[in-house]
Design a protein around this ligand. Structure first.
Ligand SMILES: [Zn+2]
Length: 423
């Protein structure tokens, strides 16, 4: 059987809700998208639930099924180790990895107030701050080190014997003004490993503050009217898991094009080829043409290529539906060179993001599959409303991936026992 190559486009946070200034339509419904509309006309559309209907998920959870992981793995995989892989940390059996923010904090008695959860979205000097903190001895045989990721984000590596990830986050979320920085605690009182880990985190928060509050870089930031990066907020701890995806099992070579460290780290964890370029910024200024060009060359050396665009989600988080509409139109324009009669093309997302509130929602994601030799449904445009009428119906992301692989004629050797990868 002839197999087809596949291009799976993931427009982060694509699905949206009606925007009052768009007459109740979504950014995708009002964007000019002739290329995606023609793919919808010549293919099949549907509404896709990332995991379960109505359940909002984060980016890394939403990516799990699209990357070929089971639902069990999707709910168990913590973001800390995914981000650790993104910054190049390799597996150490005894290490625990946390996803952290540099933040601006202020001492208030024995606790800390949070003034800015992202330290003014600091994007310069975090490498120097992390390396000046260095390897911290937290006692009890545990050491800590910080490894900068994108902007204010940083990965914390805790190393030593007897650590546990069964602890609470120190992140109070959006209620940070009232709650302040949370003290780390074991989820189950009396759990010796979790209590030890929590003690180490609380010690580290103090040490980081002592080392950074008067750091020359922070003094310069204050002089320039910027908030200091003098604290860390820790969440999503986990060990680097040994996971194998359905794609590896089926011996499908995959490549990942993204400007976001989380997605790249995840792809690396699964053994996919990464395509990086400083012009892929993971933001609104990303170079769409360069990404499309990279996809064309990646398709020569892979069976399946993931093309990830983060800017759509960022526009929604910024509650800027105009910008989301503009990005969608620009992206639509950029993908014209990718459309041909041999390539199976899928468009979907890791989750929906509502531009009215800036939050991820459990709304299903408008999605399509164009197979030059496949079925055609009655959809003639690509949008949330048009996809309700599509031939793919309403399925979850793993079902979407399986359907996509079948369109590529790559499931010929799929056995019932391979179903273990799906649950
Ligand atoms: Zn996302």
């Amino acid at each position: 059987m002839t197999t087809h190559k596949g291009l799976l486009i993931i427009l982060d946070g694509l699905g949206d809700r009606g925007i009052p200034s768009f007459g109740g339509k979504t950014p995708l419904e009002v964007a000019e998208t002739p290329n995606m509309d023609s793919l919808a006309s010549a293919g099949q559309c549907g509404l896709i639930d990332p995991l379960f209907p109505g359940m909002p998920v984060g980016t890394h959870t939403g990516f799990c099924p699209l990357f070929g992981l089971s639902q069990q793995q999707a709910v168990e995989l913590a973001r800390g180790p995914v981000e650790a892989s993104g910054v190049g940390l390799s597996s150490s059996d005894q290490a625990l990895y946390f996803r952290c923010n540099f933040a601006t904090i202020e001492r208030k008695g024995k606790r800390f107030k949070i003034l800015d959860r992202r330290a003014g979205r600091i994007n310069q000097g975090t490498g120097a701050l992390a390396s000046d903190i260095g390897q911290v001895d937290l006692g009890e045989g545990i050491t800590a080190s910080l490894h900068p990721a994108t902007q204010h984000r940083v990965v914390l590596q805790l190393e030593g014997i007897g650590l546990s990830n069964d602890i609470g986050n120190t992140d109070p979320g959006n209620d940070y003004r009232n709650k302040g920085l949370l003290t780390c605690q074991a989820n189950t009182p009396g759990d010796a490993a979790a209590e030890k880990t929590a003690r180490c985190i609380n010690r580290l928060i103090e040490i980081v503050y002592e080392k950074l509050d008067q750091h020359p870089l922070n003094q310069r930031r204050r002089e320039h009217g910027l908030v200091p990066a003098n604290g860390i907020i820790c969440r999503s701890p986990g060990k680097l898991p040994k996971i194998k995806s359905l794609l590896r099992h089926l011996k499908i070579d995959a490549g990942v094009i993204s400007g976001e460290r989380t997605v790249l780290g995840f792809g690396k964890l699964l053994g996919y080829r990464l395509y990086e370029n400083p012009r892929f910024t993971g933001a609104k200024d990303t170079d769409l043409q360069a990404k499309v060009e990279s996809a064309r060359s990646a398709l020569k050396e892979n069976d399946l290529v993931y093309l990830h665009i983060k800017a759509t989600d960022i526009a929604s988080h910024d509650m800027d539906p105009m910008s989301k509409r503009e990005i969608l139109s620009k992206f639509d324009d950029a993908i014209a060179p990718l459309i041909n009669d041999e390539l199976v093309i899928g468009i979907t997302a890791d989750h929906s993001t509502d531009s009215n509130t800036g939050r991820h929602t459990g709304d299903p994601v408008p999605s399509l599959i164009f197979n030059p030799c496949g079925r055609v449904d009655s959809c003639t445009s690509f949008s949330e409303s048009a996809c309700t009428m599509g031939g793919l119906g309403r399925i979850n992301s793993l079902g979407f991936l399986i359907t996509f692989l079948d369109q590529m004629n790559r499931l010929e050797n799929f056995r019932p026992k391979d179903g273990a990868y799906l649950f």
